[in-house]
Design a protein around this ligand. Sequence first.
Ligand SMILES: CC(=O)N[C@H]1[C@@H](OP(=O)(O)OP(=O)(O)OC[C@H]2O[C@@H](n3ccc(=O)[nH]c3=O)[C@H](O)[C@@H]2O)O[C@H](CO)[C@@H](O)[C@@H]1O
Ligand SMILES: C=C(OP(=O)(O)O)C(=O)O
Length: 421
Amino acid sequence: MDKIVIEGGFPLNGEISISGAKNSAIKLMAVCLLTDEPVTLTNMPRLRDTRSMAGLLRHLGVEVDEGEGDVMQLHAPKLTDLTAPYDLVRKMRASFNVLGPLLARERKAKVSLPGGCAIGARPVDLHLKALEALGADIKLDEGYVIASAKDGLKGGNITFPFVSVGATEHAMLAAVLAEGETVLNNAAREPEIADLANCLNAMGAKIMGAGRSEVRIQGVERLSGVKYAVVPDRIEAGTYALAAATAGGSVRLTNIRSDHLGSLWPLIAQAGAKVSLDETSVLIERGGGRPKPVDVDTMAYPGFPTDLQAQFMAFMCLADGTSIIRENIFENRFMHCPELIRMGADITVRGREAIVRGVKEYRAAPVMATDLRASACLINAGLAARGETHISRVYHLDRGFEKIEVKLQQCGARISRQKDD
Ligand SMILES: CC(=O)N[C@H]1[C@@H](OP(=O)(O)OP(=O)(O)OC[C@H]2O[C@@H](n3ccc(=O)[nH]c3=O)[C@H](O)[C@@H]2O)O[C@H](CO)[C@@H](O)[C@@H]1O
Ligand SMILES: C=C(OP(=O)(O)O)C(=O)O
């Protein structure tokens, strides 16, 4: 298995182009199940997760051409298998979202309960309730969801008790081909939801209000093929912005949607780094001196994203004072704390809160990546730490960051990938 080795303690200077969003791309890939016409996705990131999703779709009978560059073509004239097996679904959470489209198109499906980052219990009860509200009959058997809708899915009224990105997307993916109108109340408002709705609407779906709490979906009989560009990855952009803020230097990020990170920019500025924005790029500059402490509470969009909590903590570990970081979305998303502590950070975790007492500097150390965003947080800490940091278990990182070493090397980082012993 590979490890990442960083000789840190040098500021970052340069420009990074941001890829398409992993968390949008893998859901957009599932839209090919809803049409017998070709779907072409552009601005696609090349990631372990997109490869895993391609593997699952091929298993179902989809012709997938992963192609070159950032284009992927998917075509499902006919589905040959309606079972999504454990081995293919366990690798990532979003693969579970094939259930709704399979039900909508073929009226039955058997899909393994999903995997994904181990950052909490992550049940799928809201997904299943939403599909039941659309008329699906659902049974659980030996780790599989067995679902059917003999007479086809019917529009329904779904009120989510709390916001769920995956369940909102899943309900949309099923309701577009259901008969009649579906109303989603308390829907997630993340940019990836609007991205999925925009793609489906370009295929002929009738989704109104995606990106707001109430979404109305008028079911249609069929969807056509589409060519669609994936939205820029706000989490990748936020990660590199925080890398520059943590290690110091001057980094411009291009191909972003700066409005999608409205909760991050003021906090970076409050901590003392300079943030210069336009619509599609941002320049982050931080000179000498320690950052100021800033408290963070993760929330559903437009609040501060849980997927940037670990990276923000890596920044705050160097602050001149104490900050409180509260994780409100996942109950077990502080696994990076022991690793940051190995690098000299001073953190106490109490339930959902981490109390971060800033230290003057990190010490390079061997550390282990426990999940995707935790891996990125350790890279950011390693870039700031004088000496050589070794980060093992990088397969987590490869799920969600395209060419991370190459992009950071472009900014002068001394980072490489090596074989782990
Ligand atoms: C592939 C993908 O897009 N992953 C993102 C997605 O995950 P995901 O879609 O899994 O996250 P959700 O928004 O669904 O989860 C929010 C909370 O709801 C809980 N829950 C969710 C569904 C359900 O049926 N029952 C239930 O209890 C979860 O355990 C969690 O505590 O949104 C998260 C929140 O922004 C991000 O951190 C993940 O990166
Ligand atoms: C938690 C994440 O992914 P997943 O939902 O696939 O585990 C993530 O992208 O940070």
